[in-house]
Design a protein around this ligand. Structure first.
Ligand SMILES: CSC[C@H]1O[C@H](OP(=O)(O)O)[C@H](O)[C@@H]1O
Ligand code: ADE
Length: 288
């Protein structure tokens, strides 16, 4: 197994890796957000990628999501934990709490959302977009780190970069039943599934967005202040993950690592060799 971590806002580095090295990885989809920090932690091979790049240079709509997932797959990542800042629509999901997301509503509009397309068409299942096995490990590691954890929650992925209007915030909460909101987990989760990587999302609550009558509307300063206070918890969660997962990795009982098994519909003779070449890392297992 190789465990990947994508660090969101405020999480640009990972301490404590043995043999730590920043590695540059090229992909057919362009450059990833940054170099990738590889090393070992608790006996497990690790790969860490700061989603927005060190220094936070990529806006949520401009994060090179396909290159990021391809590069992690190329490095052998089998299981990927995303750590993200998010706003909360629930009183009980308070700033400082971690939500282990299990569903998404995708309101992003301007991001390439698939590795597949003309020349090689595929339709993977996204009914259960996160991996229950990896999510349970992330929840246990967060709890062991002393964090209040909510297992299960729906993440509304908005386009941004502006925060929501109050009318949107109330609609997402009351009509759509979303629990948390952020700008980055889509199309990341879609692409991880297409790449047959188990994906879990740890959403760290930083604010109440703008619906809450007793709290100011969210701004970057509030997000960063809460994230700073929670950085130690995020690090402790990551440090505890290898112990929760163990060194052996039996096939995913939920099939995340076999998602492409029956997904490619383009007839073998009709597939475009140039498109297939781009899919070497992501779909090499099924394309041969
Ligand atoms: C800095 S506030 C908004 C910004 O923070 C979140 O980023 P990430 O998901 O990478 O932690 C949110 O999605 C926005 O991109
Ligand atoms: N309220 C919010 N909306 C969107 N993204 C966020 N990231 C952190 N808080 C957020």
């Amino acid at each position: 197994m190789r465990l990947g971590i994508i660090g969101g806002s405020g999480v640009y580095d990972l301490d404590g890796l043995e043999d730590a090295a920043w590695t540059t990885v090229g992909t057919p989809w362009g450059d990833p957000s940054d170099s990738i920090l590889t090393g070992r932690l608790g006996g497990i091979d690790m790969a860490f990628l700061p989603r927005h790049g060190r220094g936070h240079v990529h806006a949520p709509a401009e994060v090179p999501y396909r290159a990021n997932i391809d590069a992690l797959k190329r490095l052998g990542v089998t299981d990927l934990v995303s750590v993200s800042a998010c706003g909360s629509f629930r009183e009980e999901m308070a700033p400082g709490d971690f939500v282990i997301v299990d569903q998404f509503i995708d309101r992003t509009v301007a991001r390439p959302a698939s590795f597949f397309g003309t020349g090689c068409v595929a339709h993977v299942s996204l009914a259960h977009p996160t991996c229950p096995r990896l999510s349970a490990a992330a929840a246990a590691a967060a709890r062991a780190a002393g964090v209040r954890v909510h297992e299960g929650g729906t993440y509304l992925a908005m386009e941004g970069p502006q925060f929501s209007t109050r009318a949107e915030s109330l609609m997402y909460r009351d009509a759509w039943g979303a629990d948390v909101i952020g700008m980055t987990n889509m199309p990341e989760a879609r692409l991880a599934r297409e790449a047959e990587i188990c994906y879990a999302s740890v959403a760290m609550v930083t604010d109440y967005d703008c619906w809450h009558p007793d709290h100011d509307a969210v701004d970057v300063a509030a997000v960063v202040a809460t994230l700073g206070a929670n950085a130690a918890s995020a690090r402790a969660l990551v440090a505890g993950l290898p112990g929760q997962l163990g060194p052996d990795r039996p096939p995913c009982p939920h099939g995340c690592d076999r998602a492409l098994e029956h997904a490619i519909i383009t007839a073998p003779g009709a597939r475009d060799p140039a498109v297939l070449a781009r899919l070497d890392a992501v779909a090499g297992r099924v394309l041969g």
